[in-house]
Write a protein that binds this ligand. Structure first.
Ligand code: SAM
Length: 248
């Protein structure tokens, strides 16, 4: 069994213990609708409210983000850059940060922040599962100083969109400042997201500091567990797609 397969099996055991498959399917529908149609409630943390949506996130979106970020890191050649640590902002279950670290020739440690105590607990479990040096803690990424240097990589995977407009503005200033100081930056978001008005501002702010933007489509087979969970909820992830702003 590969590392990813054993992680998926462990996730299934962990999150399907108290949930039937149909409850999971219903929860995944509700969660997906939160991301696509009810974005106004994201800044209040609506996506991770309730056991069903949390399980759906951990079992479906977490692994999808892990696979996507693994591919993006390799496509950017980011695994070649020697980093001391990855600072994963809005880490969720830790999937994207773990993917970046594991893709590196020498896996850096991970310092992660999320406002959700549940997510923090899951992220710490993820690091232990992959034997990574990582620690997640609770906090608000729009209200803390970003202490990183040129040996750090800042990761914002599927997180910027959940911030308030004011919070995003504060964070962008810090990210630009840290990119200028030499930190690596990777921002990942879905391609097909409606109403993302902040993207252009982030893109031009970071391009001025030497960043690049990309749209990615990886036609790699999605693992059977994810396909079957997705199918039940009317989703069809045939390929992994993302857009990124990066400075590696
Ligand atoms: C869609 S999830 C993405 C999680 C993870 N980065 C991934 O790729 O799977 C967005 C995460 O951002 C967190 N988040 C949203 N606003 C935040 C804030 N102001 N401070 C810290 N975390 C925040 C949420 O709790 C959630 O776990």
């Amino acid at each position: 069994m590969s590392d990813v397969e054993s992680w998926l099996a462990a996730l299934e055991e962990r999150h399907l213990a108290n949930l039937t498959r149909s409850e999971l399917t219903r929860a995944l529908r509700a969660l997906s609708s939160c991301y696509v149609e009810r974005r106004d409630r994201l800044a209040q943390g609506a996506a991770l409210e309730g056991a069903g949506k949390r399980a759906a996130f951990a079992l479906f979106y977490g692994p999808l983000h892990f696979l996507t970020v693994s591919h993006v890191v390799r496509a950017l050649g980011a695994q070649e850059r020697t980093l001391r640590e990855i600072v994963d902002l809005g880490c969720g279950t830790g999937a994207a940060g773990a993917a970046w670290s594991l893709a590196c020739n020498r896996p850096p440690s991970i310092a992660a922040i999320d406002r959700s105590a549940w997510a923090v607990q899951e992220a710490n479990w993820t690091y232990r599962h992959f034997a990574l040096r990582g620690r997640a803690a609770t906090g608000d990424i729009t209200r803390m100083p970003l202490r990183v240097d040129q040996r750090s990589g800042i990761l914002l995977a599927y997180a910027v969109n959940e911030l308030s407009r004011e919070g995003r503005a504060v964070l962008l200033e810090q990210i630009i400042d840290r990119a200028r100081a030499g930190a690596a930056v990777l921002i990942v978001e879905p391609i097909a997201r409606r109403g993302v008005d902040w993207w252009d501002e982030w893109r031009s702010g970071l391009i001025s500091e030497g960043a690049r933007t990309d749209e990615w489509r990886f036609s790699t087979p999605v693992p059977p567990l994810l396909r079957s969970i997705a199918k039940g909820a009317g989703l069809d992830p045939r390929e992994l797609t993302a857009r990124t702003i990066s400075k590696i």
